[in-house]
Design a protein around this ligand. Structure first.
Ligand code: ACO
Length: 337
Protein backbone atom coordinates (compact mmCIF):
# COMPACT_ATOMS: atom_id res chain seq x y z
CA UNK A 1 0.00 0.00 0.00
CA UNK A 2 1.34 3.45 -0.97
CA UNK A 3 1.48 6.49 1.29
CA UNK A 4 0.26 9.87 0.04
CA UNK A 5 2.69 12.79 0.14
CA UNK A 6 2.71 16.37 -1.07
CA UNK A 7 4.88 16.38 -4.15
CA UNK A 8 4.38 20.01 -5.13
CA UNK A 9 2.75 23.20 -3.86
CA UNK A 10 1.70 26.51 -5.34
CA UNK A 11 -0.32 29.55 -4.39
CA UNK A 12 -1.70 32.70 -5.91
CA UNK A 13 -3.14 35.86 -4.38
CA UNK A 14 -4.76 38.73 -6.32
CA UNK A 15 -2.70 41.85 -6.91
CA UNK A 16 -4.95 44.34 -5.09
CA UNK A 17 -3.81 44.90 -1.50
CA UNK A 18 -6.53 46.19 0.86
CA UNK A 19 -5.02 47.62 4.03
CA UNK A 20 -6.82 48.28 7.30
CA UNK A 21 -6.50 51.98 6.45
CA UNK A 22 -8.35 51.34 3.18
CA UNK A 23 -11.20 49.76 5.16
CA UNK A 24 -11.35 52.82 7.43
CA UNK A 25 -12.51 54.81 4.39
CA UNK A 26 -15.61 52.63 3.78
CA UNK A 27 -16.70 51.60 7.30
CA UNK A 28 -16.35 52.59 10.95
CA UNK A 29 -13.30 50.57 11.86
CA UNK A 30 -9.64 51.23 12.60
CA UNK A 31 -6.25 49.65 12.18
CA UNK A 32 -5.70 49.35 15.93
CA UNK A 33 -8.94 47.35 16.49
CA UNK A 34 -8.27 44.99 13.59
CA UNK A 35 -4.61 44.35 14.49
CA UNK A 36 -5.30 43.88 18.19
CA UNK A 37 -8.31 41.53 17.73
CA UNK A 38 -7.13 39.57 14.67
CA UNK A 39 -3.47 40.27 13.80
CA UNK A 40 -4.50 41.23 10.24
CA UNK A 41 -2.81 44.23 8.60
CA UNK A 42 -3.86 43.70 5.00
CA UNK A 43 -5.62 41.24 2.73
CA UNK A 44 -6.01 40.78 -1.05
CA UNK A 45 -9.21 41.40 -3.00
CA UNK A 46 -9.81 40.54 -6.64
CA UNK A 47 -11.32 44.00 -7.09
CA UNK A 48 -14.45 44.89 -8.98
CA UNK A 49 -14.15 44.60 -12.75
CA UNK A 50 -11.06 42.43 -12.69
CA UNK A 51 -13.30 39.40 -13.11
CA UNK A 52 -11.14 36.89 -11.28
CA UNK A 53 -13.16 33.99 -9.91
CA UNK A 54 -12.32 31.25 -7.40
CA UNK A 55 -11.51 28.85 -10.25
CA UNK A 56 -9.26 31.50 -11.89
CA UNK A 57 -7.28 31.88 -8.66
CA UNK A 58 -7.31 28.10 -8.21
CA UNK A 59 -6.01 27.61 -11.76
CA UNK A 60 -2.99 29.86 -11.13
CA UNK A 61 -2.21 28.08 -7.86
CA UNK A 62 -2.64 24.70 -9.59
CA UNK A 63 -0.30 25.61 -12.48
CA UNK A 64 2.35 26.62 -9.99
CA UNK A 65 1.87 23.40 -7.95
CA UNK A 66 2.15 21.27 -11.12
CA UNK A 67 5.41 23.01 -12.04
CA UNK A 68 6.72 22.68 -8.49
CA UNK A 69 5.87 18.95 -8.48
CA UNK A 70 7.68 18.47 -11.79
CA UNK A 71 4.91 16.42 -13.35
CA UNK A 72 3.05 16.71 -16.61
CA UNK A 73 -0.50 17.95 -16.01
CA UNK A 74 -1.81 14.90 -17.84
CA UNK A 75 -0.46 12.72 -15.03
CA UNK A 76 -3.14 14.16 -12.72
CA UNK A 77 -5.88 11.58 -12.35
CA UNK A 78 -8.34 13.31 -9.99
CA UNK A 79 -9.24 16.83 -8.82
CA UNK A 80 -10.52 17.90 -5.40
CA UNK A 81 -11.56 21.55 -5.05
CA UNK A 82 -12.44 23.09 -1.68
CA UNK A 83 -14.22 26.45 -1.55
CA UNK A 84 -17.14 28.24 0.08
CA UNK A 85 -17.16 30.85 -2.67
CA UNK A 86 -17.62 28.93 -5.94
CA UNK A 87 -17.87 30.67 -9.32
CA UNK A 88 -21.40 29.28 -9.71
CA UNK A 89 -23.92 27.99 -7.14
CA UNK A 90 -23.72 24.82 -9.21
CA UNK A 91 -21.79 23.14 -10.78
CA UNK A 92 -18.78 23.30 -8.47
CA UNK A 93 -15.31 24.60 -9.30
CA UNK A 94 -13.72 21.16 -9.79
CA UNK A 95 -15.14 20.75 -13.28
CA UNK A 96 -14.11 24.31 -14.19
CA UNK A 97 -10.51 23.47 -13.30
CA UNK A 98 -10.70 20.26 -15.36
CA UNK A 99 -11.71 22.41 -18.33
CA UNK A 100 -9.33 25.33 -17.69
CA UNK A 101 -6.35 23.00 -17.33
CA UNK A 102 -7.45 21.16 -20.48
CA UNK A 103 -7.36 17.78 -18.75
CA UNK A 104 -8.88 14.53 -19.93
CA UNK A 105 -12.34 13.67 -18.54
CA UNK A 106 -10.99 12.82 -15.08
CA UNK A 107 -13.19 13.03 -11.98
CA UNK A 108 -13.61 16.32 -10.14
CA UNK A 109 -14.93 16.48 -6.59
CA UNK A 110 -16.01 19.60 -4.70
CA UNK A 111 -15.60 19.93 -0.95
CA UNK A 112 -17.78 22.33 1.05
CA UNK A 113 -16.22 22.42 4.48
CA UNK A 114 -15.23 26.09 4.63
CA UNK A 115 -12.15 26.72 6.78
CA UNK A 116 -11.64 22.97 7.22
CA UNK A 117 -12.02 22.44 3.47
CA UNK A 118 -8.36 21.79 2.74
CA UNK A 119 -8.06 19.30 5.65
CA UNK A 120 -11.10 17.41 4.35
CA UNK A 121 -9.84 17.56 0.76
CA UNK A 122 -6.32 16.37 1.62
CA UNK A 123 -7.67 13.56 3.82
CA UNK A 124 -9.89 12.44 0.94
CA UNK A 125 -6.90 12.50 -1.43
CA UNK A 126 -4.95 10.37 1.08
CA UNK A 127 -7.75 7.75 1.16
CA UNK A 128 -7.92 7.54 -2.65
CA UNK A 129 -4.14 7.16 -2.95
CA UNK A 130 -3.87 4.58 -0.18
CA UNK A 131 -6.64 2.56 -1.84
CA UNK A 132 -4.50 2.44 -4.99
CA UNK A 133 -7.23 4.11 -7.06
CA UNK A 134 -5.25 7.24 -7.99
CA UNK A 135 -1.55 8.20 -8.19
CA UNK A 136 -1.57 12.02 -8.54
CA UNK A 137 -4.38 14.15 -7.18
CA UNK A 138 -4.69 17.91 -7.59
CA UNK A 139 -6.06 19.41 -4.37
CA UNK A 140 -7.07 23.09 -4.41
CA UNK A 141 -8.37 25.49 -1.78
CA UNK A 142 -9.51 28.79 -3.29
CA UNK A 143 -11.72 31.69 -2.25
CA UNK A 144 -13.05 34.94 -3.62
CA UNK A 145 -14.65 36.34 -0.48
CA UNK A 146 -14.58 39.96 -1.52
CA UNK A 147 -17.52 39.68 -3.91
CA UNK A 148 -19.86 38.63 -1.09
CA UNK A 149 -18.89 40.75 1.92
CA UNK A 150 -20.91 43.55 3.47
CA UNK A 151 -18.35 46.34 3.17
CA UNK A 152 -20.29 48.74 5.40
CA UNK A 153 -20.13 49.31 9.18
CA UNK A 154 -23.01 46.81 9.53
CA UNK A 155 -20.75 44.02 8.26
CA UNK A 156 -17.45 45.07 9.89
CA UNK A 157 -17.32 42.14 12.36
CA UNK A 158 -16.98 39.76 9.40
CA UNK A 159 -15.71 41.71 6.40
CA UNK A 160 -12.41 42.93 7.89
CA UNK A 161 -11.29 39.34 8.47
CA UNK A 162 -11.63 37.74 5.06
CA UNK A 163 -9.36 37.89 2.04
CA UNK A 164 -9.11 36.28 -1.41
CA UNK A 165 -6.49 33.73 -2.47
CA UNK A 166 -5.76 30.18 -3.56
CA UNK A 167 -3.37 27.38 -2.70
CA UNK A 168 -2.87 24.02 -4.40
CA UNK A 169 -1.05 20.75 -3.83
CA UNK A 170 -0.15 17.78 -5.99
CA UNK A 171 -0.69 14.78 -3.73
CA UNK A 172 1.10 11.68 -5.00
CA UNK A 173 1.73 8.06 -4.10
CA UNK A 174 5.06 7.06 -2.56
CA UNK A 175 6.47 3.71 -1.48
CA UNK A 176 8.62 5.37 1.22
CA UNK A 177 7.07 3.97 4.40
CA UNK A 178 7.69 6.85 6.83
CA UNK A 179 6.83 9.63 4.40
CA UNK A 180 3.67 11.58 3.70
CA UNK A 181 0.38 11.62 5.57
CA UNK A 182 0.66 9.59 8.77
CA UNK A 183 -2.74 10.32 10.33
CA UNK A 184 -5.75 12.56 9.93
CA UNK A 185 -9.06 13.29 11.59
CA UNK A 186 -12.21 15.11 10.48
CA UNK A 187 -15.02 16.24 12.77
CA UNK A 188 -18.33 18.08 12.60
CA UNK A 189 -21.01 19.48 14.89
CA UNK A 190 -23.92 20.58 12.71
CA UNK A 191 -26.05 21.91 15.57
CA UNK A 192 -23.92 25.04 15.30
CA UNK A 193 -24.36 25.39 11.53
CA UNK A 194 -26.06 28.77 11.78
CA UNK A 195 -23.49 30.32 14.13
CA UNK A 196 -21.30 30.88 11.05
CA UNK A 197 -23.16 30.70 7.75
CA UNK A 198 -24.47 32.35 4.64
CA UNK A 199 -28.17 31.60 4.10
CA UNK A 200 -28.55 32.72 0.51
CA UNK A 201 -28.98 31.06 -1.96
CA UNK A 202 -30.09 27.97 -0.02
CA UNK A 203 -33.46 26.24 0.16
CA UNK A 204 -34.00 27.34 3.78
CA UNK A 205 -33.67 31.10 3.23
CA UNK A 206 -33.28 31.30 -0.51
CA UNK A 207 -36.89 32.26 -1.29
CA UNK A 208 -36.76 35.87 -2.33
CA UNK A 209 -39.76 36.86 -0.17
CA UNK A 210 -38.10 35.41 2.96
CA UNK A 211 -35.03 37.53 2.26
CA UNK A 212 -37.08 40.69 2.59
CA UNK A 213 -38.17 42.11 5.94
CA UNK A 214 -41.65 43.60 6.50
CA UNK A 215 -40.31 46.90 5.20
CA UNK A 216 -39.08 45.13 2.05
CA UNK A 217 -35.50 45.68 3.14
CA UNK A 218 -33.15 42.80 2.38
CA UNK A 219 -32.43 40.60 5.45
CA UNK A 220 -28.72 41.37 5.51
CA UNK A 221 -27.88 38.52 7.90
CA UNK A 222 -29.09 36.05 5.24
CA UNK A 223 -27.59 37.52 2.11
CA UNK A 224 -24.18 38.19 3.65
CA UNK A 225 -22.08 35.84 5.78
CA UNK A 226 -23.18 35.80 9.43
CA UNK A 227 -20.75 34.94 12.23
CA UNK A 228 -21.26 34.75 15.98
CA UNK A 229 -17.58 35.68 16.45
CA UNK A 230 -17.19 35.12 20.21
CA UNK A 231 -19.00 31.78 20.07
CA UNK A 232 -16.86 30.58 17.15
CA UNK A 233 -13.71 31.76 18.92
CA UNK A 234 -14.48 29.77 22.10
CA UNK A 235 -15.13 26.55 20.19
CA UNK A 236 -12.05 27.03 17.97
CA UNK A 237 -9.60 27.28 20.87
CA UNK A 238 -10.93 23.99 22.31
CA UNK A 239 -11.18 22.02 19.07
CA UNK A 240 -7.76 22.94 17.65
CA UNK A 241 -5.72 21.30 20.46
CA UNK A 242 -8.11 18.31 20.57
CA UNK A 243 -7.67 17.62 16.84
CA UNK A 244 -3.88 18.13 16.93
CA UNK A 245 -3.47 15.78 19.91
CA UNK A 246 -5.69 13.20 18.19
CA UNK A 247 -3.54 13.27 15.04
CA UNK A 248 -0.37 12.90 17.15
CA UNK A 249 -1.77 10.06 19.28
CA UNK A 250 -3.03 8.17 16.22
CA UNK A 251 0.45 8.22 14.69
CA UNK A 252 2.31 7.59 17.98
CA UNK A 253 4.00 11.02 18.29
CA UNK A 254 4.14 13.75 20.92
CA UNK A 255 3.75 17.49 20.54
CA UNK A 256 7.50 18.11 20.88
CA UNK A 257 8.15 15.98 17.80
CA UNK A 258 6.45 18.58 15.57
CA UNK A 259 8.76 20.77 13.49
CA UNK A 260 5.97 22.99 12.24
CA UNK A 261 2.29 23.49 13.00
CA UNK A 262 0.38 25.17 10.18
CA UNK A 263 -2.92 26.24 11.68
CA UNK A 264 -5.78 27.70 9.69
CA UNK A 265 -5.30 31.47 9.63
CA UNK A 266 -8.61 32.73 11.10
CA UNK A 267 -7.37 34.94 13.88
CA UNK A 268 -3.87 35.50 15.30
CA UNK A 269 -5.29 35.36 18.84
CA UNK A 270 -6.73 31.87 18.24
CA UNK A 271 -3.34 30.66 17.01
CA UNK A 272 -1.50 32.25 19.95
CA UNK A 273 -3.95 30.61 22.36
CA UNK A 274 -3.42 27.20 20.74
CA UNK A 275 0.36 27.67 20.74
CA UNK A 276 0.30 28.43 24.47
CA UNK A 277 -1.99 25.52 25.31
CA UNK A 278 0.30 23.10 23.45
CA UNK A 279 3.51 24.76 24.78
CA UNK A 280 4.88 25.26 21.26
CA UNK A 281 7.70 27.73 20.53
CA UNK A 282 7.20 30.66 18.14
CA UNK A 283 9.32 28.95 15.48
CA UNK A 284 7.01 25.90 15.55
CA UNK A 285 3.85 27.78 14.49
CA UNK A 286 3.57 29.34 11.04
CA UNK A 287 1.62 32.58 10.64
CA UNK A 288 0.91 34.75 7.61
CA UNK A 289 -2.51 36.13 8.58
CA UNK A 290 -1.10 39.69 8.77
CA UNK A 291 -0.64 39.63 4.95
CA UNK A 292 -3.70 37.77 3.69
CA UNK A 293 -6.38 37.69 6.40
CA UNK A 294 -8.57 34.60 6.56
CA UNK A 295 -8.68 32.99 3.11
CA UNK A 296 -10.74 30.04 4.41
CA UNK A 297 -10.03 26.86 2.34
CA UNK A 298 -6.95 28.55 0.87
CA UNK A 299 -5.32 29.54 4.19
CA UNK A 300 -3.55 26.26 4.90
CA UNK A 301 -2.17 25.56 1.39
CA UNK A 302 -0.98 29.18 1.03
CA UNK A 303 0.74 29.02 4.43
CA UNK A 304 2.23 25.60 3.70
CA UNK A 305 3.55 26.73 0.31
CA UNK A 306 5.12 29.88 1.80
CA UNK A 307 6.59 27.95 4.71
CA UNK A 308 8.27 25.47 2.34
CA UNK A 309 9.49 28.32 0.07
CA UNK A 310 11.06 29.98 3.11
CA UNK A 311 12.95 26.76 3.86
CA UNK A 312 11.26 26.28 7.22
CA UNK A 313 10.23 22.70 6.40
CA UNK A 314 12.79 20.12 5.18
CA UNK A 315 12.48 16.52 4.08
CA UNK A 316 11.96 14.31 7.14
CA UNK A 317 10.30 17.03 9.28
CA UNK A 318 7.05 16.29 11.10
CA UNK A 319 4.39 18.78 9.98
CA UNK A 320 0.93 19.22 11.45
CA UNK A 321 -2.01 20.98 9.77
CA UNK A 322 -5.15 21.93 11.70
CA UNK A 323 -8.34 23.85 11.00
CA UNK A 324 -11.64 24.85 12.55
CA UNK A 325 -14.53 26.67 10.95
CA UNK A 326 -18.11 26.91 9.79
CA UNK A 327 -20.20 23.76 10.16
CA UNK A 328 -18.83 23.56 12.73
CA UNK A 329 -16.14 21.39 11.15
CA UNK A 330 -12.57 20.83 12.25
CA UNK A 331 -9.71 18.40 11.80
CA UNK A 332 -5.98 17.85 11.68
CA UNK A 333 -3.39 16.07 9.53
CA UNK A 334 0.05 14.87 10.58
CA UNK A 335 2.63 14.24 7.86
CA UNK A 336 6.31 13.43 7.48
CA UNK A 337 7.73 15.84 4.88
N1 ACO B 1 -13.88 47.53 13.83
C1 ACO B 1 -14.16 48.17 14.98
N2 ACO B 1 -15.00 47.67 15.89
C2 ACO B 1 -15.58 46.48 15.62
C3 ACO B 1 -15.32 45.77 14.44
C4 ACO B 1 -14.43 46.34 13.51
N3 ACO B 1 -14.10 45.75 12.36
N4 ACO B 1 -16.01 44.61 14.45
C5 ACO B 1 -16.70 44.59 15.61
N5 ACO B 1 -16.44 45.72 16.32
C6 ACO B 1 -16.96 46.10 17.63
C7 ACO B 1 -18.26 45.41 17.96
O1 ACO B 1 -19.35 46.13 17.41
C8 ACO B 1 -18.24 45.42 19.46
O2 ACO B 1 -18.63 46.69 19.91
P1 ACO B 1 -19.59 46.85 21.22
O3 ACO B 1 -18.81 46.21 22.35
O4 ACO B 1 -19.75 48.31 21.34
O5 ACO B 1 -20.82 46.08 20.88
C9 ACO B 1 -16.76 45.25 19.82
O6 ACO B 1 -16.05 45.65 18.64
C10 ACO B 1 -16.39 43.82 20.18
O7 ACO B 1 -16.91 42.93 19.20
P2 ACO B 1 -16.72 41.38 19.31
O8 ACO B 1 -17.46 40.73 18.17
O9 ACO B 1 -17.04 40.93 20.69
O10 ACO B 1 -15.14 41.25 19.06
P3 ACO B 1 -14.22 40.00 19.26
O11 ACO B 1 -13.16 40.34 20.20
O12 ACO B 1 -15.00 38.74 19.50
O13 ACO B 1 -13.55 39.86 17.84
C11 ACO B 1 -13.69 38.47 15.90
C12 ACO B 1 -14.36 39.57 16.72
C13 ACO B 1 -12.36 39.00 15.41
C14 ACO B 1 -14.58 38.14 14.74
C15 ACO B 1 -13.47 37.22 16.78
O14 ACO B 1 -14.64 36.91 17.48
C16 ACO B 1 -13.05 36.00 15.99
O15 ACO B 1 -12.00 35.96 15.38
N6 ACO B 1 -13.84 34.90 16.02
C17 ACO B 1 -13.50 33.64 15.41
C18 ACO B 1 -13.46 33.70 13.90
C19 ACO B 1 -13.19 32.31 13.34
O16 ACO B 1 -12.36 31.56 13.83
N7 ACO B 1 -13.92 31.91 12.33
C20 ACO B 1 -13.78 30.56 11.85
C21 ACO B 1 -13.25 30.48 10.54
S1 ACO B 1 -14.22 31.36 9.36
C22 ACO B 1 -15.04 30.17 8.38
O17 ACO B 1 -15.10 29.01 8.66
C23 ACO B 1 -15.76 30.70 7.19
Amino acid sequence: MSNAYIRGLGFYVPKTVVTNQDLETVMDTNDEWIVERTGIKERRHVGRGLEETSSDLGLKAAESAIENAGIDKNEIDFIIFATLSPDLYFPGCGVLIQDKLGLDTIGALDVRNQCSGFIYALSTADAFIRSGRYKNILVIGSEVHSMGLDMTTRGRGVSVIFGDGAGAAIVSATDEEDRGILSYNMHSEGKYAEELMMGFPGSKYGWTDLLLTEDFEPDFEKIYPYMNGNFVFKHAVTRFPEAINEALNDAGYRINDIKMLIPHQANMRINQFVQKQLSLRDDQVYTNIHKYGNTTAASIPIALAECVQEGKIQKGDLVCLAAFGSGFTWGSILMRW
